[in-house]
Ligand binder design. Structure first.
Ligand SMILES: [Zn+2]
Length: 119
């Protein structure tokens, strides 16, 4: 399952990041995903929750942002932005287009409780 492996990749990045901050506890991870990555947000959330359950990251909140991707129409060379994979070219209606990026997955931010507050 595509989304489950993405969830696990996100967790691996979080884990690596938190190794340098052993006393801190990560509360929220913000992830940006390009529309061309064809990720189903609900499935990813579900896979993520399942992956953190019972681990040191239990309760970690995933915040997702799907960003638009640019594609170029193969019929008329028009470039356009789209959020859904099913988009047609707004100029000629063609379905055939090449992606110009937009399949990236970035960890945008981590919200961390460093244990200093309230102690
Ligand atoms: Zn076109």
């Amino acid at each position: 399952m595509h989304e489950l492996s993405i969830a696990q990749s996100i967790l691996e990045i979080v884990e690596t990041e938190m190794k340098s901050r052993p006393k801190a506890r990560v509360m929220v991870v913000g992830v940006r995903i390009g529309a061309m990555a064809a990720v189903d947000a609900e499935s990813l959330r579900f896979g993520f929750d399942a992956s953190v359950k019972g681990t040191e990251f239990d309760g970690l909140k995933l915040e997702l942002r799907i960003t638009e991707a640019e594609r170029q129409c193969l019929m008329c060379d028009h470039r356009y932005m789209m959020l859904a994979l099913e988009s047609n070219c707004p100029e000629c209606g063609s379905h055939d287009a090449i992606p110009l990026g937009g399949d990236e997955l970035d960890i945008e931010y981590l919200e961390v409780d460093d244990g200093k507050a309230g102690d």
